[in-house]
Design a protein around this ligand. Structure first.
Ligand SMILES: Nc1ncnc2c1ncn2[C@@H]1O[C@H](COP(=O)(O)OP(=O)(O)OP(=O)(O)O)[C@@H](O)[C@H]1O
Length: 612
């Protein structure tokens, strides 16, 4: 990973901020890191350089040939038809050479640029998937999508537009200057006076255009952000009848973008037309000077013709180079943003020599030993917590909202690391166990299990082709999900997606249970669904939990206490501490928080059933 190699002085994850401030040092480092990716393509870039050289030479020789036809043939009165045909044939030949090498240049450059950007995109995705959860707490998924899509695309433009323009237009300018001095040094000298004036005007105009461009981009990202937010929260908007308000916010942003866009387009048109006028004025000036010289027999007409053609071609590369400024700016910002993500090192690091554990030998005993943890170092949410869970036990975890139940489970999966103390599985500190082994040991059934875009079969086996279709079907039958499958239009081949599959939280959990059966982890964590399940699905989830927890250490974060009444032990949490523990009967007798939570849930249950 070159981006990571290039960023030796990597900041820890906490220090990375997601603001858009870009320091010069960062830009330089980012630029260096990106350049490292071009190394394998250095010969392709060299070939692009030579193709450009040949294409430009062929194009620029054409006016010179016309000068030869005019001065040495037509005006010299030779009427040498054979020479005329030869020069004409060379002219056509040069056009073909120019076109052919332009074609190769474009293709080679696109190949190199797409390959480089494709590799960066892949490494970026691989890198993001390895980062710890604390990174995702800070970076919004929207900004990461931008990094993977738009920022890498800006890099592509850097290679295919900025780089090409610098090479092609830079060389064109150089060659035209040489040819003009060769044709007539005095006229060329006058033209060179015009050059800095035109360049200064172009640069001034472009910096104004850059501002209008940035304003339009800012309005566009505001608009996109607004749409993304609205789509994600559409259920809330509709539930609270906020459609009208959101429409008016959208109209306001839409109008601002429209205005900014029109302003940008107006400035663009104004600049291009002003540039044309400047060019024409310069041509008029040179034509007048050259015309006088031809009139006084100090210059041949063919030279003037070629000169005027060259000066026309002179403005195009200047315009093109200044146009690339915007692309260069956005590419630099994108490079820096990509570099910032590549620089992040996962806080949860694998041990130097991690232990690979044989899954068949795992018993599933868990020990939380004097742990302390906080999402921010100085604000602990769990302090000095001890908990021992015997292998194969079923533990229910209940408590008030924000008590730290989910955090306790996240720590066991090493989504975060404890700040003090340790967590052990079968006596081994989980920080010494390899990530792969730990992942295989623990199965997680979340409150809202995530479904991938794919068939039900693939969602159960998580696209692992080594698990057969029959194994998946068996697992679904084992957890009692076949009733759910029967209801689906295409059975096991029904296409599911993250949101639109129309499955309730409980039904998603059944699919998650089937995953557990297929992957056979020794520890099962279940964050029970809070959503109101219909009684049928609730029964399925209960039954599935019974069969899946068999022979596994099972930790259930329970929102409905009925789920865990049969647990071997129930742990009651409040404000990051365990305040009570015991069986259901013991805790009821104790008449503490659990008993209050239980009475409350029973009361609610009675109220619900009397309503229905
Ligand atoms: N990613 C996070 N970043 C910062 N603080 C967090 C994060 N996740 C949780 N917290 C905070 O940590 C505390 C414990 O949260 P946690 O989700 O573990 O509680 P919980 O008992 O599972 O709550 P609930 O029953 O409501 O899901 C809460 O104060 C919560 O606001």
């Amino acid at each position: 990973m070159q981006m990571q190699k290039a960023s030796k002085s990597v900041k820890p994850e906490e220090e990375v901020n997601s603001s858009n401030t870009v320091s010069k040092a960062n830009r330089r480092a980012a630029f260096k890191a990106i350049l490292a990716y071009t190394k394998p393509f250095r010969f392709t870039f060299l070939a692009v350089f030579f193709c450009t050289l040949l294409a430009i030479s062929a194009d620029l020789l054409q006016p010179y040939l016309m000068k030869i036809i005019i001065d040495d043939n037509l005006l010299a009165g030779k009427n040498d038809f054979r020479a005329l045909v030869i020069v004409g044939a060379i002219y056509v030949g040069l056009s073909i050479i120019g076109l052919t090498f332009s074609y190769f240049q474009s293709n080679l450059l696109q190949y190199a640029a797409q390959s480089i950007v494709g590799r960066i995109r892949k490494e970026l995705f691989d890198h993001i998937t390895k980062l710890s959860m604390s990174f995702f707490d800070r970076f919004s998924s929207g900004s990461l999508v931008t990094h993977v899509s738009s920022d890498t695309e800006a890099l592509n433009q850097f290679f295919t537009q900025v780089f090409l323009s610098l090479v092609r237009d830079g060389m064109t300018l150089l060659f035209i200057t040489i040819l003009m001095f060769h044709l007539d040094p005095v006229l060329a000298g006058y033209s060179m006076i015009l050059l800095p004036i035109i360049a200064a005007i172009a640069i001034g105009f472009r910096s104004y255009m850059r501002k209008t461009y940035q304003m339009a981009r800012a309005q566009l990202s505001r608009l996109i952000g607004f749409v993304a937010e609205n789509l994600a929260g559409m259920n809330l908007i509709q539930a609270f009848h906020q459609e009208k308000e959101q429409e008016s916010y959208f109209s306001e942003r839409n109008h601002k973008y429209l205005k900014a866009n029109l302003r940008e387009i107006r400035t663009n048109v104004l600049f291009n037309r002003s540039f044309d006028i400047l060019g024409n004025l310069s041509i008029a000036f040179i034509t007048w000077l050259g015309g006088m010289a031809v009139f006084h027999k100090q210059m041949e007409f063919g030279v003037l013709y070629a000169f005027i053609t060259y000066i026309r071609q002179f403005f195009q590369p200047i315009n093109s180079i200044t146009q690339q400024w915007n692309t260069l700016q956005s590419a630099m910002v994108s490079m820096e943003r990509l570099w910032r993500v590549f620089s992040v090192k996962p806080i949860v690091q694998e041990a130097e020599s991690p232990r690979n554990i044989d899954l068949s030998k795992v018993k599933g005993e868990i020990e939380y030993d004097h742990i302390r943890f906080g999402y921010q170092e100085d604000r602990p949410i769990i302090s000095n917590l001890d908990l021992h869970i015997g292998a194969g036990q079923m533990i229910g975890i209940v408590g008030t909202t924000g008590a730290g139940k989910s955090s306790l489970m996240s720590l066991l999966c090493r989504m975060y690391d404890v700040q003090e103390g340790s967590i052990k599985i079968d006596g081994t500190d989980i920080r010494e166990i390899s990530h792969a082994s730990l992942q295989r040991m623990i199965g997680l059934v979340q409150q809202e299990p995530f479904l991938y875009s794919g068939s039900l079969i693939d969602n159960v086996r998580l696209f692992d082709e080594s698990i057969s279709r029959e194994e998946v079907i068996e697992a679904c039958q084992f957890v009692g999900a076949e009733m759910l499958v029967e209801r689906m239009q295409n059975g096991y081949d029904t296409h599911l997606s993250e949101r639109g599959s129309g499955l309730s939280a409980g039904e998603r959990q059944l699919i998650s249970f089937a995953r557990i059966v297929v992957f056979k982890p020794k520890i099962l964590i279940l964050d029970e669904a809070t959503a109101n399940l219909d009684s049928q699905t609730e029964q399925w989830v209960q039954d599935a939990l019974q069969v899946v927890s068999e022979g596994r250490t099972t930790l259930v974060i329970a929102h409905r206490l009925s789920t865990i009444m049969q647990a071997d032990r129930i742990i009651v949490m409040s404000q990051g501490r365990i305040i009570e523990q015991g069986t259901h009967a013991q805790l009821i007798k104790k008449r503490g928080l659990y008993e209050r939570l239980y009475s409350h849930s029973m009361g609610k249950l009675k109220a619900d059933s009397s309503v229905s």
